[in-house]
Unconditional design. Structure first.
Length: 441
């Protein structure tokens, strides 16, 4: 090999240095221009319900394009099997067992998100973010639990699940009911119009747009614009209406010149409602669905897009969880994490950037207020696959079932007998977590 002379060596060194600098991850936005955050959160959308996750008939070209322009995670989890707890985890960065929101809230429920909790919106307000919640809140319908009491400047949407007909499903703007009953077929377009207006009005300041869609939760309704368009029938029509909504929102971000200032995240709250049959979704090759801690109930589609910061076209197999969104956004905004309570989320921006990984640690999955499963590395231990229901107790000595998710993502093969040491390790993880909760850790 020929040795380089002094000039050649200097030229080569400078070239490599410059190229290395160009390909370094870009720094977080300057303190006076922190990034915008847009979180688009589907309801009951399964892991297999998008074409970029393998669905053969639901057509989601705009969500697919978002994945092409950003990163798609294949092992992203909700901490819960139903909507209220997963929303609480997203907005607080904490396991739902810490907030007490372990079950679905009903119209007769008299509690909601505790006022002591610090939501992502409240924390971002310390950096003068404009904040809005558009869509399904479902963290308490009484006035003291509503979005505007938890850091959101504005709210437009419904307060409870859309299948709770009595005492009536109303559409709210802030604390005023403006439509009763709500026209559910018009919600997608109404939500999208509100999102576009919010982006336009706040393009010159940092903002947080949280859009928890009502769709694809039953009852399924769309207007004529989307009806009969999908080969998957009505469920596909509704899923594809979300895809249309995302197209309009991403276009508006671009029109306002905010692409490189905005982190957009798309995910779902829990798995598909399989018992609804053709009106429910698909978990793809995963086992189970909503209400269950099988992979189909808790493993979610997750796509993040941030041009200029997240390299395009990546697929990450890193194991991440819902609470990570809270910690990641606050870290990017330069907001210190609350230090007076446990925060379970981690900053996963290195995962999204492609320059690092999330720490390997046990992740816990609840069904109601019962710790049903734990994952550590490739291993997952299942004790209770679903809640036995109100007033019923789970089995006192459940048979542990162990799965290697790297080789068996469909959880077909219980290998607990072959790996008793892994079973003991994961059971100890669960015991340590429960003990820590009791001690306030």
């Amino acid at each position: 090999m020929r040795r380089l002379c002094g000039k050649e060596y200097l030229l080569t060194f400078c070239t490599v240095t410059i190229l290395s600098f160009l390909y370094l991850p870009q720094p977080i936005a300057e303190a006076d221009h922190p990034p915008n955050f847009v979180i688009l959160f589907a309801d009951d959308l399964g892991y297999g319900d998008l074409s970029c996750y393998g669905h053969p008939t639901i057509h989601t070209p705009n969500i697919d394009r978002m994945a092409d322009e950003g990163v798609r995670l294949t092992q992203f989890y909700s901490s819960a099997t139903v909507c209220t707890p997963s929303r609480a985890s997203l907005l607080t960065g904490r396991y739902q067992i810490r907030t007490g929101l372990t079950r679905v809230l009903f119209p007769h429920t008299k509690y909601g998100m505790p006022v002591e909790e610090i939501t992502l919106a409240e924390a971002l307000k310390t950096k003068n973010y404009a904040t809005i919640c558009i869509g399904k809140w479902h963290l308490g319908h009484l006035p003291r639990y509503r979005p505007t009491r938890h850091g959101f400047d504005e709210f437009f949407g419904i307060l409870i699940a859309n299948n709770f007909v009595p005492p009536g499903l109303g559409l709210y703007r802030n604390n005023e009911e403006i439509e009763q009953p709500v026209d559910q077929g018009a919600l997608i377009e109404s939500y999208t119009e509100e999102a576009i207006k919010f982006i336009t009005n706040n393009k010159d300041q940092p903002f947080f747009l949280y859009l928890p869609y009502t769709q694809v939760h039953i009852p399924l309704q769309v207007n004529e614009k989307f009806a009969g368009k999908s080969r998957r029938g009505l469920y596909g029509d509704v899923a594809e209406s979300i895809d249309w909504s995302m197209r309009e929102i991403l276009r508006q971000i671009g029109r306002c010149g905010l692409d490189e200032q905005t982190l957009v995240i798309f995910t779902s709250d829990n798995g598909p409602w399989l018992s609804e049959k053709e009106n429910g979704g698909s978990a793809g090759l995963l086992r189970g669905g909503k209400f269950e801690v099988w992979e189909g109930g808790i493993r979610m589609p997750f796509i993040a897009r941030w041009p200029g910061r997240i390299p395009p076209g990546r697929v990450s197999r890193d194991v991440c969880i819902m609470m990570d969104i809270f910690t990641t956004c606050l870290t990017l905004a330069g907001v210190p994490l609350p230090d007076d309570r446990p925060i379970d989320g981690k900053n996963i921006m290195p995962v999204l950037d492609g320059i690092g990984t999330r720490p390997v640690e046990p992740l816990f999955f609840y069904t109601g207020n019962i710790l049903g499963a734990v994952r550590r590395g490739p291993w997952k231990l299942v004790l209770h696959e679903r809640s036995p229901g109100r007033g019923k107790k789970p089995p006192a000595n459940p048979q542990p079932r162990l799965f290697n998710l790297l080789t068996d993502p469909s959880e077909r093969f219980d290998v607990a007998r072959q790996h008793p040491e892994i079973v003991n390790l994961l059971q100890q993880d669960m015991s340590n977590f429960i003990e820590g909760l009791q001690k306030g850790k």
